[in-house]
Design a binder for this molecule. Sequence first.
Ligand SMILES: C[S@@+](CC[C@H](N)C(=O)[O-])C[C@H]1O[C@@H](n2cnc3c(N)ncnc32)[C@H](O)[C@@H]1O
Length: 249
Amino acid sequence: MRTAQSCCSLCLCVSVVKEVALQPPNPEWSKYELPPLPELGEPADWNALFGRPGPLIVEIGCGGGRTLIGMALARPAENFLAVERAGEYYRVLRERVTRRALRNVRVTRVEAEYLLSRLFPDECVREYHVYFPDPWPKRRHHKRRLFTSEFCANLRRTLIPGGVLFLATDHLDYYREVLPRLQAVVAVQEHPGPWEDAPLGRTNYEVKYLKEGRPIYRLVGTKGARGEGRGARDPFHKSHCSHSSHSTS
Ligand SMILES: C[S@@+](CC[C@H](N)C(=O)[O-])C[C@H]1O[C@@H](n2cnc3c(N)ncnc32)[C@H](O)[C@@H]1O
């Protein structure tokens, strides 16, 4: 039988989602899944959850985990937390991490807002990756958008000094709303060109939208020691792109 892992690398096609949904429970999942919320503690002890110390790399809304799994394979010494609230994608993510026995990854189905506000202590995250957060285009739904002022404040609180946020969206209205909020908490460098490590796209959505020719708005935000700070470290490259980016702060 074809496995979820063997289907077209790390894409998220309907057949993979359906196939994984039909699989029986696997006792191996417990090595990678966070325990239920009541057992976690607030804030959670992340070094204990990973079984070793180390700043966290967090991807929020990671779908089937294409980007996070690539990073975790390339950087085995770091601790990766994959956050996905949609059950169908979460099951694919859990399956892929388990099949690859990625001991430096934990997966959780928690809401990102809850994670940042309740489960993360101050200064525990080295990198946040948020690619194509749901834009909620209707005005009456804007309040559901992830990047509220409170969320941005928690991003800053939980980043270590020098920690970095990577964000991409195809939604200009959302991008314009988020930009000043993020500029208030981190030093933002807009990154209009493709990511150097992945010119065809880091995530499934980015690959799809680039093929369609949609404009994509990307930024890198760095937490300085006193709220400022420039020159984010790109985790995928030794030198950060400077020719295709410009500072906005
Ligand atoms: C538009 S998709 C993008 C998926 C992936 N990042 C990509 O670029 O291919 C947004 C994803 O974020 C997840 N998501 C949205 N809001 C979330 C939240 N508050 N907490 C956790 N996951 C969330 C959704 O379930 C969905 O899988």
